[in-house]
Design a binder for this molecule. Sequence first.
Ligand code: S3P
Length: 179
Amino acid sequence: MSGSRNNICLIGYMGSGKSTVGKELAERLGMTFRDTDEIIVESQGRSIPEIFREEGELYFRELEHGLVQSFAEDERLRDTVLSTGGGIIINEDNRRLLKKIGCVVYLRASAQSLYERVKGDEGRPLLNTEDVYGRIKDMLKQRSPMYEEAAVHIIDTDGLSVDETVKAVAAAAGYDALK
Ligand code: S3P
């Protein structure tokens, strides 16, 4: 666990299962689930594609960074599983600050399995392209070292069920018994 805080931060590419695993994990550990994308959508009153379209990616990244900063400063934030947007690790400060929030677990997956999970989904502006698989491969090449730098633990999720992934994250984060 990171410092005195028992939070768990999930990082990983789009479609890596952060929200699904995070919700299940929070429920089974009796923790609160929070999601940076959801918080941003609620505070902005518009969807992620709308924010990207109307304000641009940079604006979204600033909102993300502001959130990470405020969570990192909030010593009262406990018992929380925080699922993060796939691009949160692009910001160098975020890679460091996430570790202040809690135990950072990277849900790693292959381009192929990520592609299977995100294809046909229109809620992700960065994958709004003809060659989704090619885009995923390119982005992973660029981002993989950043995910790895930000992570304290890495779970290879290919071939794991949600239940197995939840258990692996809990064990990595030092929670031996799941409810
Ligand atoms: C993004 C991932 C998305 C969302 C936005 C940008 C990215 O979150 O934050 O579309 O840059 O990888 P999910 O990883 O939850 O899909």
